[in-house]
Design a protein around this ligand. Structure first.
Ligand code: ZN
Length: 252
């Protein structure tokens, strides 16, 4: 068994334990045990993971990029109660970023606070959004793989569930997306029937980046039941954890 597969077992163990008991402390304890186990196993392999002999020979691109969508003046979608997408994206992304670094990956994040990533001195929101996207794209293209975190919104309230999009510009995007989808569905949403989807041309980052990249739309702000979960700190951590498990299982 590959060491990464071995490392993944305790993560699924967490889910099993957590399903049998609703105790939050048990979940946290199991998370720490799983993370330590994975860290030890990953540390044995970390040089292999980032062996660049087959690529450009530098370490520059060997990070996983976490990209919390929107930020600052760009709130993204908004829920009926005023909850802004940008805020949920950031909390989940920071948690995912911490988890991946904790288990030994090099990771970067496009923003770690409520701000846009645009150049300074731009006045209109449109100019800022264009610059923001360009700057994110630069970080995407330098990364080993990139995960953009967003929330969905639709006119009808009944739609729910994580939806993942992948870039068709890099063959690994689809495999990464499938792995993250599988982990999220198995751990949190067994009734979610949403298929992995190819990026369309109007998804700026996925249609332009040259790196393996996905967008994880964690849930629908327009669905009241899912909105209350997405606002819940424990559920936010579980989502981040499930996405991290999907990345680890993919074995970048
Ligand atoms: Zn968004």
């Amino acid at each position: 068994m590959h060491v990464f597969a071995a490392a993944f077992i305790p993560f699924y163990g967490v889910v099993i334990v957590q399903r049998r008991s609703s105790g939050e402390y048990l979940f946290l304890f199991a998370l720490v045990v799983a993370a330590i186990t994975a860290a030890v196993l990953l540390s044995l392999q970390v040089m292999k993971v980032f062996d660049t002999s087959g690529s450009n020979g530098t370490l520059e691109g060997d990070y996983i990029l976490i990209d919390p969508g929107h930020g600052g003046r760009d709130g993204g979608a908004s829920a009926a109660d005023g909850t802004l997408e940008k805020d949920i994206n950031l909390v989940i992304s920071l948690s995912l970023y911490d988890l991946l670094r904790f288990v030994g990956y090099r990771a970067e994040i496009t923003r770690d606070s409520d701000r846009m990533t645009c150049d300074a001195g731009l006045k209109t929101l449109r100019e800022q959004k264009v610059s923001d996207m360009k700057n994110r794209l630069i970080l995407f293209d330098k990364s080993r793989l990139a995960i953009s975190v967003h929330q969905n919104h639709f006119e009808q309230p009944q739609y729910w569930g994580t939806q993942i999009w992948y870039s068709t510009n890099h063959p690994e995007s689809k495999m990464l997306g499938a792995s993250v989808r599988q982990a999220v569905l198995e751990m949190l949403q067994p009734d979610n029937k949403r298929e992995l989807k190819k990026s369309t041309g109007d998804i700026y980052l996925l249609s332009r980046t040259t790196t393996a990249a996905i967008i994880v739309e964690c849930g629908f702000l327009s669905n009241p039941a899912e909105l209350s979960k997405l606002k819940d700190e424990t559920y936010q951590r579980k989502l981040a954890f499930a996405i991290a498990c999907g990345v680890i299982a993919y074995n970048p």
